[in-house]
Design a protein around this ligand. Structure first.
Ligand SMILES: [Zn+2]
Length: 123
């Protein structure tokens, strides 16, 4: 008997949640371990095609997988040009991310970002 997809997704979400919690707990003391948790969580999200919760989405670097600790390994700043946006810079690998500041644009761009992530992860 096959496990219903809904149930699989639910389990996957719980595991992802737990992994991010672990990543957060270990971010300062064991950065390498925390990076591993982020990797695992992303892998599960991809495999079961579940979304990563908003609260975690902006907490790690999509390029190198480092879990971000406020004031330690990433920078957030507001930039007015060319459009108001928030810029995230990962201090581990130097990756930069732009998040539009305007709310309606944020929603649109979020969709685009998710699409980009999916295509990027397949290559
Ligand atoms: Zn990075």
């Amino acid at each position: 008997m096959r496990v219903p997809k809904k149930l699989l997704a639910k389990i996957a979400k719980e595991r992802i949640e737990r992994l991010f919690q672990l990543a957060e707990e270990n971010a300062r003391t064991h950065p390498e371990r925390s990076k591993r948790y982020v990797q695992l969580a992303r892998r599960i999200a991809m495999k079961y095609r579940v979304r990563i919760q908003k609260q975690w989405k902006r907490r790690f670097c999509k390029k190198c997988g480092t879990f971000w600790v406020p004031g330690e390994n990433f920078i957030v700043r507001l930039k007015p040009e060319p459009q108001p946006h928030v810029e995230y810079i990962c201090l581990e690998c130097g990756a930069r991310y732009r998040i539009p500041y305007l709310r309606e644009k944020l929603a649109q761009r979020d969709k685009q970002n998710e699409h980009d992530e999916e295509t990027a992860s397949k290559s």
